[in-house]
Design a protein around this ligand. Structure first.
Ligand code: HEM
Length: 197
């Protein structure tokens, strides 16, 4: 990451001063660590409570990797739709930013029946959207399979794990890869079970 930031400095040294680069590194570290870490904890908890889903994930990985003893790597992730479904389902049930981050209207606008004055702080209740039984069948049940056929943005904004628009999370791609790789490796390498009820 630091190398990428420093290469910006090479291209436009007057704009990307040391201070700007330092700020960008801090933003990325603060916005990218806790979010990714807690997105790792929840699927493990959900899988331990849904052993049949854990088994399916193991079978998907073992079938894809085959008999070889190699570890899962980045290039395998695109071939593991169920694992990806587990990540989406986790972020749907337990979004790390249940209200996204606060936004402020730069101008007066109308949203639905509401007039929103300029300078209003706006919180999006993502948790309520993603757990709404009118939008999702059995929203409180852990069903990663629902995302296998999911068409993303074509299905509207009912899944907005990383926000939307200009302030959408720029770390989405990185986060999905890191979580997929770490979670997939834990599922591939260990037998997980609860130690009690
Ligand atoms: C699973 C992990 C992550 C989740 C669920 C997540 C989610 C989000 C959400 C919901 C927002 C607010 C978007 C909005 O208000 O519309 C956001 C913003 C942001 N995220 Fe992430 N994020 C994750 C990982 C990362 C990583 C790894 C990075 C960087 C390395 C990152 C960098 C940022 C930054 C810089 C913003 C602010 C964007 C702006 O205001 O223009 N995030 N993220």
């Amino acid at each position: 990451m630091i190398d990428v930031l420093l290469s910006l400095q090479d291209s436009e040294p007057d704009y990307y001063t040391d201070e700007v680069i330092r700020g960008m590194a801090i933003v990325m570290l603060t916005a990218g660590t806790d979010t990714t870490a807690s997105t790792m904890e929840w699927p493990l908890s959900l899988l331990l409570n849904n052993p049949e889903a854990l088994k399916k994930a193991q079978i998907e990985i073992d079938t894809h990797i085959g008999e070889s003893s190699r570890l899962l790597d980045d290039s395998d992730l695109a071939q593991l739709p169920y694992l990806h479904g587990i990540i989406n389902e986790t972020l749907q049930m337990c979004p790390v930013g249940p209200f996204l981050v606060p936004h402020e209207s730069s101008d007066e606008c109308i949203i639905g029946d509401f007039r929103v004055p300029r300078g209003t702080m706006l919180l999006v209740n993502l948790w309520a959207i993603q757990n709404n039984a009118k939008l999702w069948e059995d929203p409180n049940e852990f069903k990663p399979v629902r995302f296998i056929e999911f068409k993303g943005q074509q299905e509207g904004f009912r899944l907005t794990l990383f926000g939307n628009g200009r302030r959408r999370c720029p770390g989405e791609n990185l986060a999905v890869h890191v979580v997929g790789l770490a979670l997939g490796s834990l599922v591939q390498c260990f037998e997980w079970e609860r130690i009690s009820e």
